[in-house]
Design a protein around this ligand. Structure first.
Ligand SMILES: C[S@@+](CC[C@H](N)C(=O)[O-])C[C@H]1O[C@@H](n2cnc3c(N)ncnc32)[C@H](O)[C@@H]1O
Length: 251
């Protein structure tokens, strides 16, 4: 039998704008929101110039948002409404969006619990040589009040019986996780997404993935027997995500 969350089915990806989809989710109903949003890097242009050379940067239509502040504030505000008391938000970012996101999160009323750093062990070098090599992404962990989930025993199992530090060392997404199709900003499933889900949810919990992309976070939730719901505007990415779900134990 299909399980419902308000008028939406659980364990399904909806082709909907996040700020429309989230309005359909009941108050206080979600345990974890695991968000990998647009960073709005595309708006800055597709090329960097240095030393008379051009270097390509991320340039995707979905990552170019006119009123990025309103867009970000809206989905964060809705996140607070739909989370259960004590529920958690984990949201990715880099220097491009993380400071604004953190400010909005506090303004809305979340409590910031920590900031994980994903240290990319094989990040691409800084071709221009004008900056150090960007090797990290941040993941803000914020809760809706007290009563948050942090699975200490799981954390200890990752680190010889001691609690982990808030740094996760993990290489970029390997080709074996891209067999069903490619997404330009696909996150690693093993060693990053699975760790976040195991730390902050338990079996049966409902996870909201507001920006599905190729489905890394929903595949992780499904593999770990969490319930989930997700939104994505690009139908091509939904096809990839559904293929990954259909081939769960293969890739
Ligand atoms: C950073 S990517 C997520 C990648 C994902 N973590 C993965 O591993 O594949 C963000 C995704 O959000 C989608 N997106 C952008 N704007 C959106 C919106 N307004 N509503 C829903 N999805 C949106 C984009 O199409 C893109 O696939």
């Amino acid at each position: 039998m299909k399980k419902l969350l308000g008028s939406l089915e659980l364990n399904r990806i909806y082709q909907l704008d996040v700020n429309i989809g989230m309005k359909l989710i009941p108050d206080n109903s979600i345990s974890l929101i695991l968000a990998d949003p647009p960073y709005n890097i595309g708006k800055k242009g597709s090329y960097l110039e240095a030393n008379n050379k051009k270097f390509r940067t991320v340039k995707e239509d979905w990552d170019t948002i006119d009123d990025f502040e309103s867009f970000t504030y809206s989905w964060l505000e809705e996140s607070y409404r739909v989370l259960k008391p004590g529920g958690s938000l984990l949201t990715y970012g880099t220097k491009h969006n993380i400071y604004m996101t953190g400010w909005f999160i506090e303004k809305i009323g979340f409590q910031i619990r920590t900031e994980y750093t994903w240290y990319k062990t094989n990040a691409a070098p800084c071709w221009t040589g004008r900056n150090p090599t960007e090797s990290t992404e941040n993941i803000i962990w914020a809760s809706k009040g007290n009563g948050w989930t942090y699975n200490l025993n799981y954390a200890k199992s990752l680190n010889d019986g001691k609690n982990i530090r808030n740094v996760i060392m993990k290489s970029l997404t390997p080709p074996r996780e891209k067999k069903q199709g490619k997404h330009p900003t696909q996150k690693p499933l093993e060693g990053l997404t699975d760790i976040l889900l195991n730390l902050h949810t338990n079996e049966g919990d409902i996870v909201l993935v507001p920006f599905c992309g190729s489905g890394t976070e929903v595949v992780g939730a499904e593999l770990l027997r969490r319930q989930w719901i997700s939104f994505e505007t690009n139908p091509e990415y939904i096809v990839i995500a559904n293929k990954r779900l259909d081939n769960l134990y293969i890739a």
